[in-house]
Design a protein around this ligand. Sequence first.
Ligand SMILES: [Zn+2]
Length: 343
Amino acid sequence: MAITQTAISYYGLNYVEHAAADFQEMKEHGCTAVILAVTEFDFDFWRPNIPRIVAKAHELGLKVLLDPWGIGKYFGGEQVSKYLQNNIENRQVSALTGEKLPYACFNTNSFRDYFQNFCLTLAREAGADGFFWDEPHYAYPKSYASITGGVSDEWTCRCPVCQKLFANYYGYEMPRTMTDDVKQFRWREALYILTETSRQIKQIDPKQEITCCVHATLNSYYVTEHRGYDNWDMVAACPYFDVFSTTIISWDLPEPFFEHITRRTVEIARKHGKISERWLMGYYKQPADLAQIDRIVDLYVSLGVDRLSAWTYRGGYGTVLAAPDALALWDRIGQNYRRVCKK
Ligand SMILES: [Zn+2]
C-alpha cells in the first residue's frame, strides 16, 4: 500500500508570479497536487490569470484540481456567493417555516445552469487536470449527532421547484417531515447536478478527473447527517466520479472515529472501483500533540487509503481560520507528505 497523491488546497488566485513562489513551497512540503479554490469572484474577475496559474503549477510539477469553492453556498467554504447576491429566487427553503435561506437550491435549472457554465468554462479554458466537488450539501440538517451541529427536525429543500419535482415523481404533495420518500428524493436530485456536470466535463476532455468529497459522518443505523450525499453507496456508484473522498475530521475526535470513517471510505471506494482519499485538518485547530498527525497518517496508510489531502496552504496563516501554530502545522503535514508519498 502506498499513498499516490498528496494535495493541498490554495486560495491565492491572483498573480502568477506570487502563486509560483507558493507552489515552490508546496513542492518543498511534499505536495504532488494543488486544489485551487476558485471563487465565484475569481471566475468573474481573475479569469485571464486562472489558466496561467494552472500552467505555472504544471511547470513546477504539480497536478491541478479545480474546486468551485463555496459556490452558491452549495459547496463547503467561507467565500461569498455572487449567485446569491444576484438572485433573489432559486434559494433553498426551510421545510418547517417556508423561509428562503441563503443557500442556492441546486435542484433548480437556474443554479444548475450557473454551476455548469462555471465548470464547463473552466474545463475548456483552464487546462487543469480535473475538478474537486467540495462537500456538496443541502443547508439542513447537519444534525442527528453531527460533529458540527445539534439535533433538529428542520430540513431543506422545500422550494417551489423541489415541491414540483417531488409531486411529479411521487404523485402527492411533498411532505414537511423527512419521510423515506423525501430522503430518496433528496439523494437522487442532489446527485443529478454533479453527475450531469461531470459527464459534460468528460465530454469536453475525457482525461479530466473528478473527485467527489462528501462529509465524513457516521451514516450508521443510528446516526446520519442527511445533507443529501450521506448515502455513500449511491455517491460512489456514479460512473463519472473517479475518486471517492471523505472530508476533514476534527483533531478533537477520538481516534476510533478516524478509523471507522477511513475503513468505510476505502471499503466503498473499492466496492465501486474508485480511488480513495482521506483528509487532514490543516487549518483552524491543530492536535495538542503534533505527533497525532503522524499517527493518523499511519492509520490512513495502514487502512489502504490511496490519496491524502489537507486544507489548507500554510495552515490558514493570516486568515481568521489560521491554526494557532499555523506554520508548524503546515510543516508537520509536509513532513508526513514527504514520508509517505511514493510517487
Ligand atoms: Zn429546492
